[in-house]
Design a protein around this ligand. Structure first.
Ligand code: ZN
Length: 288
């Protein structure tokens, strides 16, 4: 069973209990609903479908996919009538990476047997807005976690869907740490936000948002400095693990402990990038 929360009059959040507490959002209007992401397993997204049809007596008119990662997009096929909205880059990445990965995942996991990808046909770039049934959904490009991430601000409800730009531990292994910093700072600038829905984990209230973002920025600085120190001392990859998430001011138990894997992967990623950069420098320069 997914966890369902009504966070404002017209906005619901559905949270996966099967994988990494992924959040999907639902905006209800008189002209149909807008679904913001889907849940990892068909049986979970089907709960959203049942809720919309049987409880709300409505339908999903649009699905906004916040990025191309499997855990957010696999359920879109359950809404064949809905139009799919996403970033231009998401469409490319879905075709290039998510689709072949799905073909493999289907062989390993029978629960995914009937899943097929839906590609966005309404494509956004830097910024766009969707107007449905009296609601304005602003769609902002928010790269960092991945290059194609978008955030969705439901203006009339003052709800901000941050996708994986905000997670209990920032994660940028498929993206870029500097872009993520800029995207996190950009969220602080959005006025009149009451609730922020992270891509994974619990909904943040207005009072928490700045503190959470500052803690995430501090985390990024801390791991970056740590990787540099280890490298400067000629240390190997294993030595990165001396820095615990709690030393960086973040929870080790969030997302049922999955955050520790994300943290390690972040450091390995930065280490790998720095190593590659070192080896690309001419010998004389590297000595300086
Ligand atoms: Zn995610």
């Amino acid at each position: 069973m997914t966890i369902r929360e009504r966070i404002s009059e017209h906005v619901y959040v559905f949270r996966s209990t099967m994988y990494a507490q992924v959040n999907a959002g639902l905006v209800t209007t008189d002209e149909g609903c807008v679904l913001i992401d889907t849940l990892p397993f068909p049986q979970e997204t089907r709960e959203i479908l049942n809720f919309v049809e049987n409880r709300l007596r409505s339908h999903v008119r649009y699905i906004i996919l916040t990025h191309s990662h499997a855990d957010h997009v696999y359920g879109a096929y359950l809404f064949p009538e809905a139009e799919v909205v996403g970033h231009l880059l998401s469409r490319e990445l879905l075709i290039k990476h998510t689709r072949p990965a799905l073909a493999q995942a289907r062989q390993r996991n029978s629960a995914l047997g009937e899943v097929t990808l839906r590609l966005p046909t309404i494509l956004t770039e830097r910024q766009a807005a969707l107007r449905v049934g009296g609601f304005t959904l602003h769609i902002y490009h928010s790269p960092g976690h991945a290059p194609d991430v978008v955030n969705v601000y439901v203006q009339e409800e003052k709800v901000y869907f941050a996708s994986d730009t905000i997670m209990p531990t920032p994660y940028f292994v498929n993206g870029n740490i500097d872009s993520l910093r800029r995207s996190l700072l950009a969220i602080k600038e959005i006025p009149r936000v009451e609730d922020v829905v992270q891509g994974h984990g619990e909904v943040l209230l207005r009072g928490e948002v700045s503190t959470v973002i500052d803690a995430q920025l501090a985390y990024l600085d801390k791991i970056e400095a740590h990787v540099q120190e280890v490298l400067a001392a000629g240390g190997g990859k294993e030595e990165l693990n001396q820095l615990d998430l709690e030393d960086c001011g973040l929870s080790r138990i969030a997302l049922n402990g999955l955050v520790q894997q994300l943290h390690r992967a972040n450091m390995y990623f930065l280490y790998g990038l720095a190593k590659r950069k070192q080896s690309q420098q001419p010998a004389g320069q590297a000595a300086r």
